[in-house]
Ligand binder design. Structure first.
Ligand code: FAD
Length: 218
């Protein structure tokens, strides 16, 4: 897969070797992530909201109530900055200064467009539902006309984007080589707990395969 071209906004000022524009890496992070943070400015004030998303090809989609502050503020093409972060571990150095986090993150810039075509909107909502658990859309009731009218779907092209990755052990100063404390990485990952069926469950429902051994890794 090709690499994106860096822009002024996606060019790092620090640690450039950790930043990448490789689309395969960017898509991998976006597909593993569960939610994003959407930042926008309204009336000169910054806002940032966490929200779900899905990716279809080279477009990231978010959705929300047509009445939400975020949707009303951005639906006409506001400038957005969106981030997705996967935390892979806590980096415990010998010095406080060199403590860090192992991560894979994506930052993207763009202006959203409103998805108005009904078939396209339904397709995005299907992918959105499957982003929670692959195959979920086939099992659930699909949105009716009223629900579709109440839901705004926005797309943002994946064009001005960077990924950044930190991995590996702590990096300490040589002068701390003998500092007497445990040092290394504590790996972290999403793990699903045991599924909790709702109390008013329809009798006889079995746990779908996509919830067995659930993992965000694709
Ligand atoms: C979970 C986590 C924890 C972090 N903790 C710290 C911390 O404690 N202290 C610290 O200094 N930094 C931390 N970082 C790194 C931080 O995100 C910045 O990359 C770093 O601080 C450089 O910031 P800058 O203002 O110099 O940005 P610049 O490097 O100037 O940013 C320019 C452009 O580079 C790209 N870029 C920068 N950072 C990222 C990123 N994380 N992901 C994708 N693209 C990026 C973006 O396109 C951005 O617009 C952390 C990152 C993550 C994901």
């Amino acid at each position: 897969m090709p690499k994106l071209t860096p822009t002024t906004r996606t060019t790092p000022t620090r640690l450039p070797k950790r930043v990448d524009y490789d689309l395969e890496l960017i898509y991998e992070i976006l597909d593993e992530g569960l939610y994003c943070n959407v930042a926008y400015v309204q009336d000169g004030l910054p806002f940032m909201l966490p929200t779900g998303y899905c990716r279809i090809g080279a477009t990231l989609y978010i959705h929300g109530s047509v009445g939400s502050h975020m949707i009303r503020s951005i639906e006409h093409g506001a400038d957005l900055c969106i981030s997705v972060t996967l935390v892979d571990g806590i980096v415990l150095a010998r010095s406080a200064f060199h403590h860090s986090i192992n991560y894979r993150s994506v930052i993207m810039f763009g202006k959203p467009f409103l998805v108005e075509n009904e078939a396209e909107k339904m397709n995005v909502l299907a992918q959105f539902t499957n982003h929670f658990a692959d195959g979920r859309w086939d099992d659930v009731r699909h949105p009716d006309d009223a629900e579709l009218r109440r839901t705004a779907v926005l797309g943002i092209r994946i064009e001005e984007v960077s990924a950044k990755v930190r991995s590996g052990p702590p990096k300490d100063e040589e002068s701390d080589d003998n500092w007497p404390c445990w040092s290394g990485v504590l790996p972290l990952q999403y793990t699903a707990g045991a599924p909790q069926e709702r109390e008013d469950a329809v009798p006889g429902m079995v746990l779908p395969d996509y919830l067995k051994n659930y993992s965000r890794k694709k």
